[in-house]
Design a protein around this ligand. Structure first.
Ligand SMILES: NC(=O)c1ccc[n+]([C@@H]2O[C@H](COP(=O)([O-])OP(=O)(O)OC[C@H]3O[C@@H](n4cnc5c(N)ncnc54)[C@H](OP(=O)(O)O)[C@@H]3O)[C@@H](O)[C@H]2O)c1
Length: 404
């Protein structure tokens, strides 16, 4: 049964739904201030300042790269369309170049950089478009890829030498995306996302031989995340009451805090480290129980978890990853999804914030978001997550099946 506290929050959510704006629009228009506790350590200055070009830089991971790089004494230039959080770094970065990796990279002409960090690219044609201006004009190219490039996610201990997804027959990797949106190109058919990213990696290796770094993060979490996967749990647990939890608290769990990823990316640039790396946290095996109880530890709402076996959730039509975010069944085709290896990156200095720091900072950020965005997460109207109403139905069905 919902608690009174839940009911009050839920009623407010329904009221707020009237005239609900598009989440994406509000995201782009809203250059929100961020909580001051985003960084737990004051970075020291790098031994040598670098000229760093950040492609993108205003979404999720990018801003953390920008802030850390500036704090380390580097000179940062941004290149993007000027749509996402315009003015976010006004006066802080050396230059803000406007263009489009899909169609117009002329703003990069004649520029030279020590390092380029490519955040937004999924399509190989974007790597090629950028290379028209940047090949020969940068000493290092860092490409933010993904662990979705791996072909066999049932394998436990996937490492950088595991095979990647081939391009499906009939798909032209160099066809420009007519809709001009990376997110759409990838998410309209998630099955192709890994294949495009893998092909884009190959294009990077071709364009920047011997001077590229391919970074393959798993699920990225933390403040500024607009996908509301990890943030669903933050919002849901902070709302209190009985919380539907996936399968078993002993299931494996992996994610990387966007600040850990961004800061290590900059340190890899400083050290001129090349090669391909999984960027996955934490360093010790973690469970879904640690994930959810870790979040509960930074809230006061008194959430209580009811762990419901995967077979029952599946029969209820619940989807892993999107409706039970972060979690994937630790069996069958996704058995290795939360058990990949980050040993190579850890050997090169990838470090991890405590679970509680990620949880607390994400909670603070989530509470600072516009009300419509916060409500959407609990109403099943965000990109990911389960509506409170649907959660209550599944919990009731589970209790009925147990004779309670
Ligand atoms: N989220 C995850 O869990 C996850 C997991 C694994 C890997 N990844 C990968 O992580 C990478 C980093 O994503 P992020 O959102 O954190 O990066 P970000 O740099 O913080 O944000 C994306 C940036 O790309 C710019 N952009 C979008 N389309 C563009 C275009 N056509 N031309 C030029 N700039 C463009 C956006 O600005 P404008 O809109 O103003 O152009 C924005 O600044 C992605 O490649 C993703 O595949 C993500």
């Amino acid at each position: 049964m919902p608690t009174r506290r839940n009911f009050v929050k839920w009623s407010a959510a329904i009221g707020g739904a009237i005239g609900l704006r598009s989440i994406d629009d509000s995201f782009i228009a809203h250059a929100e201030p961020r909580p001051v506790s985003l960084r737990t350590q004051i970075p020291t200055r790098a031994p040598k300042p670098l000229d760093i070009l950040i492609l993108g830089g205003t979404g999720f991971t990018g801003p953390e790269q920008v802030e850390y790089a500036i704090a380390r004494g580097h000179r940062v230039t941004l290149f993007n369309r000027g749509k996402t959080r315009p003015g976010f770094f006004k006066g802080k970065v050396a230059d803000e170049l406007i263009g489009d990796l899909n169609s117009d990279t002329s703003a990069l002409a004649g520029r030279k950089f020590d390092v380029v960090i490519d955040n937004p690219t999924t399509l190989p044609s974007w790597v090629r478009n950028a290379a028209k201006q940047l090949a020969g004009n940068t000493k290092h190219y860092i490409f933010i890829s993904t662990t979705s490039v791996y072909a066999d996610q049932s394998q436990i201990g996937i490492n950088e030498s595991s095979p990647t997804v081939p391009m499906p027959a009939g798909l032209d990797p160099y066809q420009p995306d007519q809709r001009n949106e990376r997110q759409l190109a990838a998410s309209s058919n998630p099955a192709n996302y890994g294949a495009f990213k893998a092909r884009a990696e190959q294009e990077v290796l071709t364009q920047y031989p011997g001077i590229s770094t391919i970074i393959r993060p798993c699920l990225i979490v933390g403040p500024l995340d607009r996908t509301d996967r990890y943030t669903y749990w933050i919002a849901r647990i902070d709302n209190g009451g009985e919380v539907l939890a996936p399968d078993s608290p002993n299931d494996p769990c992996q994610y990387i805090d966007s600040r850990d990823l961004a800061e290590w990316t900059i340190r890899m640039a400083e050290a001129r480290e090349f090669g391909t790396y999984n960027a996955i946290g934490p360093d010790k095996p973690m469970t879904t129980g640690e994930l959810l109880y870790g979040i509960k530890a930074v809230t006061t709402a008194g959430a209580q978890f009811t762990w419901v076996p995967w077979e029952f959730l599946k029969a209820q039509g619940i989807r892993p990853w999107s409706q039970m975010p972060v979690w994937q069944p630790p069996v069958g085709a996704t058995a290795g999804y939360q058990r990949r290896s980050a040993a190579k990156a850890i050997a090169k200095g990838l470090t991890f914030r405590p679970v509680a720091v990620t949880a607390k900072d994400t909670l603070d950020w989530h509470r600072s978001r516009p009300e419509t965005e916060r409500e959407a997460v609990l109403m099943g109207k965000a990109q990911n997550g389960l509506a409170l109403t649907r959660e209550a139905e599944v919990l009731a069905a589970w209790h009925a099946s147990q004779g309670k």
